[in-house]
Ligand binder design. Sequence first.
Ligand code: G
Ligand code: G
Ligand code: NA
Ligand code: MN
Length: 253
Amino acid sequence: VLLRGQLSQALELKQFVLVYQPKVSLPDGKIVGLEALARWQHPIDGLLSPAVFIDLIEQSDAIHSFSRFVISEAIRQGKEWLDMSISLPISINLSAYNLADTDIVPYLREQLALYQLPAHLLEVELTESASMIDVEVTQRAFAELRSLGVKISIDDFGTGMSSFAYLRELDMDYVKIDRSFVASMMLDRRNELVVKGIISMCHDLDRKVIAEGIETKEQAQKLCELGCRFGQGYYFGRPASAIDITEGLVSTP
Ligand code: G
Ligand code: G
Ligand code: NA
Ligand code: MN
C-alpha cells in the first residue's frame, strides 16, 4: 500500500522521471511531437506508472511540487532538444485539478522564460475522463495557456460523460481519441463508424485529431483511411527515456 508520506519523500529524493512517447504523422510515420509521461523510479519496485500513484498524489499537497516538476523538467528537456536542432513540441499531462491551481499557468510561463523555450513547443493534455472538470475554471486556464501560445489537447476523448459538451465549450487544438476506440475499431463496423464520425466532426470544428493506442499496422492504415492525420502507440514507439529518444532521433534523421 502506498502512503502519502512516501510520495512527498519521493519528490524530495527526486525519484520522479519523465519518459517520452512519440506522436507521429499517420501518412508517413514521421515524428511530430513527444508526450512526456511521468514515472516513479521506485528504489525497490522499479519504474512505476502514474496509474498507481496519481490519485493519491492529487489528494495530497505533494501534487503541487509534482506538477511543477513535470512542467519544469519537460520544458528543460524540450530546450535541450531544441539546442540539438530537434525542434519537436513536447506535451505534458495536467489534470483538471492542476488547472484549478491559479498559480500553475504563471509557473509554466516563468519556466518557459527561464529555459527560453518557445511556447508553441509546449502542449498541455487535459484528460477528459476526470469527472470533475469545472468548465469555467478550465476555460479560463485554457485561455491563459493559449494567450501564451501553448497548444492544448483533450486527452482520452470519448471516455468521459461529457465529451461532446467539452468539444463545444472548450477551445482546443487537438483531440486525442481514446485507445479503447482504436482497439474496438477493427472488431466491429459500428465501432469504426463511430471513430469515423468523431474524426470528421473534430475536423469540422477545426480540431486536429490524434488516435491513441495504435498497436498494429492495420489500425494505423484504417485510421489513415478514416482521415485521421496523427497517431500514437506502441506500433510507432513505446515511452522511452530522453536518452533513448535522442539516440533514435539522431540516428534516423
Ligand atoms: O504512461 P502511463 O500509461 O503509465 O500513464 C498512465 C496514466 O497516467 C495515463 O492516464 C497518463 O495520462 C497519466 N499520466 C502520465 N504522466 C502524467 C503526468 O505527468 N501527470 C498526470 N496528471 N498524469 C499523467
Ligand atoms: O491517458 P494517456 O493517453 O496520457 O496515457 C498514456 C499512456 O498510454 C502511456 O503511459 C502509455 O503507457 C500508454 N500507451 C501508449 N501507447 C499505447 C498503446 O499502443 N497501447 C496501450 N495499451 N497503451 C499505450
Ligand atoms: Na496524455
Ligand atoms: Mn490518453
